[in-house]
Design a protein around this ligand. Structure first.
Ligand code: HDE
Length: 695
């Protein structure tokens, strides 16, 4: 809380000026940096276009106006066809344990060095201007500027994908995007076309059940795991290959929103995750992840009860542990959203020597797609020269010309082999990228899927059965919500048939909530296995109890006790939490006469934006607030979202007493500061069945 409100305007000499003719505007003095055209010509008047006379038509001659408007008309580039909405930050990668035994890639063998990187998080289905909190997978794409070339790990916050073969991707995306005839729903999977497609493609079941879980509602980008998903290869100095899957584990742990919160946040702050990332980095609370690898050999893979080349399958951490070998820290916001976050071009094919691909058919299709999509979006093969995309190591080749060529090669020779210019680059057998010389089996060419890809239910079953009771009820409720938005009855029935194969109890819960009869189970192409459960796939179960990264909303009003506010702020800050002040007005006078500025007015700061709430108000103000629905919702929602609430006497007497709020262990008077601080580190999930009708 800022105790001093500074109203000084840096543009001191702002005054209303009379421009040419009748035009008026406010501006600071004429001194300082001069505005110019793109050609560097100083502009004398940036408010009026050139006219033939005072009330006459505008002249075509006005090159200043034409240049300004033309540039404006061309400001947009095509948004990404998927993952259009994204937020990004700069940071660094640091290796803590060398993987020299497995790879020659310096980024994975040289410990202790900080290598710059740029990471972009995204939702998948929504347009660029859509909200941050839909139920959706999140993209997790990292571009590491290694000294041996850029390495792009283009992953998601879930360890598996919806489909097994790239051939199906456009269909899947068309099904989830707004329906083509009506253009809605935006950023939502709850509609007939998505469920029509997935109910006819059982391979989607595993990612679907993750999508219905709390993982699809991240509280913060810094509280999400990231996964490279596919199997890749590491190649060592002897040319030996080891399979690898890449993992990012957030230091703040995995934390999620509830569905009701996510829905309300999308109205209160559509930029919720973007703002959080920006503010955390600005405040020096740098989001951090551990980088881990799951390493396994071809022989070990042969023993897995699934095919590791199938991107709809995860490798349980209990089967192949994730070995932490490095970390990523995001410590700098982009200087310009368009130049960096929008123009960054990730390509799965960007790997340094020592890292190679597997035959995962989804990965193979992606190797084509990303370069192709950047050409469409950025409009030229020279997109690699845009600063955010350019490698930070030296690069030299014979590629020339093209739209927006930024380089001026000073040579006659842009070909190879050549003998005219000894300074020109040539290939290097020693340093160059080499593909692993994999021996391929003598198969028969065809449009085929491997037999081992046929099991679509064992892992979704494992996922569901691994969850806590609270998480299972969230999954069942999410299926019921989404299918409740599906109008075509047989699509819902098909889905119930699939759910029966995953878990009978889950199918029953969803059918009950929909008021439907259970059909026959869907025909399973392979026997459904009862795999060992895995704690690592939980969300709530693995959330840490910490105040770090969490925000407490504090409701104050005129006359609130400064000393009490301070006491709470200190206790929360001491444990790494942040306090945001909410008040009926933007500026507030406290009991000791101090004037403070609220972070949010009550009307714009609902409690869904905070992880726990405190109320410190005087009786006269509490009486007034008891008449305001925004204040009543503030407490009702905090309670319904299982949050810790600390209340003062006036809040209790005039507001809480009007509401159906039970004084459970998470609803405490101000005097119990320590319990509140402890409670604010998590939620009281046991409260949930009392306040919400869960499936
Ligand atoms: Fe993508 N995906 N994808 N995808 N994807 C794109 O590339 C594609 C897939 C992922 O922040 C596009 O630059 C195909 C899996 C992320 O800029 C496009 C297939 C995973 C991002 C594309 C997949 C991802 C993208 C659109 C199936 C997780 C955002 C714009 C074969 C491992 C990167 C762009 C950013 C973006 C194609 C499946 C993750 C069209 C064809 C699986 C994080 O190239």
């Amino acid at each position: 809380m800022k105790d001093k409100i500074d109203h000084t305007d840096p543009a001191k000499d702002v005054k209303t000026e009379r421009g040419h003719g009748g035009e008026t505007h406010q501006r600071a003095s004429d001194e300082g940096k001069v505005l110019t055209t793109q050609q560097g010509v100083a502009i004398s008047d940036n408010q009026n276009s050139l006219k033939s006379s005072e009330r006459g038509p505008t002249l075509l001659e006005d090159f200043v106006l034409r240049e300004k408007i033309t540039h404006f008309d061309h400001e947009r580039i095509p948004e990404r066809v998927v993952h259009a909405r994204g937020s990004a930050a700069h940071g660094y990668f640091e290796l803590t344990e060398s993987l020299e035994e497995y790879t020659t890639a310096k980024i994975l063998t040289e410990t202790g060095k900080q290598t710059p990187l740029f990471t972009r998080f995204s939702t998948v289905a929504g347009n660029k201007g859509s909200k941050d909190t839909p139920r959706d997978v999140r993209g997790f794409a990292v571009k590491i500027y290694t000294e041996e070339g850029n390495w792009d790990i283009v992953g998601n916050n879930m360890p598996i994908f919806f489909i097994q073969d790239a051939m199906k991707f456009p269909d899947f995306v068309h099904a989830v995007k707004p329906e083509p005839d009506r253009g809605f729903p935006q950023a939502a999977s709850a509609h007939d076309t998505l469920w029509d497609f997935v109910s006819l493609a059982p391979e989607t079941m595993h990612n679907l059940i993750w999508l219905m879980s709390d993982r699809a509602l991240p509280r913060s980008f810094g509280m999400m795991e990231g996964f490279g998903i596919h199997t890749f290869r590491l190649i060592n100095a002897e040319g030996k290959s080891t399979f690898v899957r890449f993992h990012w584990k957030p230091v703040l742990g995995v934390q999620s929103l509830t569905w009701d919160e996510a829905v309300k946040i999308s109205g209160a702050d559509p930029d919720y995750n973007r703002r959080d990332l920006f503010e955390k980095i600005n405040n020096g609370d740098y989001p951090e992840w551990e980088f881990g690898v799951q390493l396994f050999t071809e022989e070990e893979a042969a023993e897995f009860p699934f095919d590791h080349l199938d991107a709809t399958k995860l490798i349980p951490e209990e089967m192949v542990p994730v070995r932490t070998v490095g970390k990523m820290v995001l410590n700098r916001n982009p200087d310009n959203f368009f130049a960096e976050t929008e123009q960054v071009a990730f390509c799965l094919s960007h790997v340094p020597p020592g890292i190679d691909f597997s035959n995962d058919p989804l990965l193979q299709g992606r190797l084509f797609s990303y370069l192709d999509t950047q050409l469409k979006r950025l409009g030229s093969p020279n997109f690699v020269q845009i600063p955010i995309n350019a490698p930070k190591c030296p690069f030299a080749n014979n590629q020339q010309d093209g739209h927006m060529q930024m380089q001026v090669p000073k040579t006659r020779v842009l070909y190879d082999p050549q003998s005219l210019d000894p300074a020109r680059p040539s290939e290097s057998d020693k340093k160059g990228f080499k593909s692993f010389p994999e021996k391929l089996d003598d198969g028969v060419k065809g449009r085929i899927r491997a037999e081992g890809f046929a099991d679509h239910y064992s892992q979704p079953r494992m996922f569901y059965r691994s969850q806590s009771a609270t998480e299972q009820s969230h999954i069942a409720s999410a299926f019921a919500f989404e299918l409740g938005k599906v109008d075509t009855p047989y699509i819902r029935t098909r889905m119930l048939g699939h759910l029966l194969n995953i878990d009978e109890e889950l199918a029953n819960r969803v059918a009950n909530a929909l008021g439907m009869e259970l059909p026959e189970p869907a025909e399973a192409a392979a026997p459904v296995l009862d795999m060992a459960t895995s704690k690592a796939v939980q969300t709530i179960g693995i959330s840490p109890k910490t105040l770090k990264g969490r925000v407490v909303g504090m409701l104050i009003a005129k006359g609130s006790k400064h000393s009490e506010i301070k006491k709470f702020e200190d206790a929360i800050n001491k444990q790494g939490g942040t306090v945001k002040i909410v008040a009926p007005s933007k500026e507030v006078e406290l009991d000791d006469g101090t004037r403070v500025q609220a972070d949010e007015r009550l009307a714009g700061g609902p409690s869904v934006l905070f992880d726990a709430v405190v109320s410190i108000i005087m009786p006269d103000q509490a009486k007034k607030l008891a008449e305001a629905s925004a204040a009543l919702d503030w407490f009702n929602d905090a309670y319904a979202h299982c949050k810790a609430i600390a209340y003062c006497g006036a809040t209790d007497e005039f507001i809480l007493s009007k509401l159906p709020i039970e004084k459970d262990e998470f609803v405490t008077p101000l005097a119990e500061l320590d319990s509140f601080v402890e409670n604010a580190k998590s939620r009281l999930w046991e409260r949930e069945p009392k306040v919400r009708d869960l499936a």
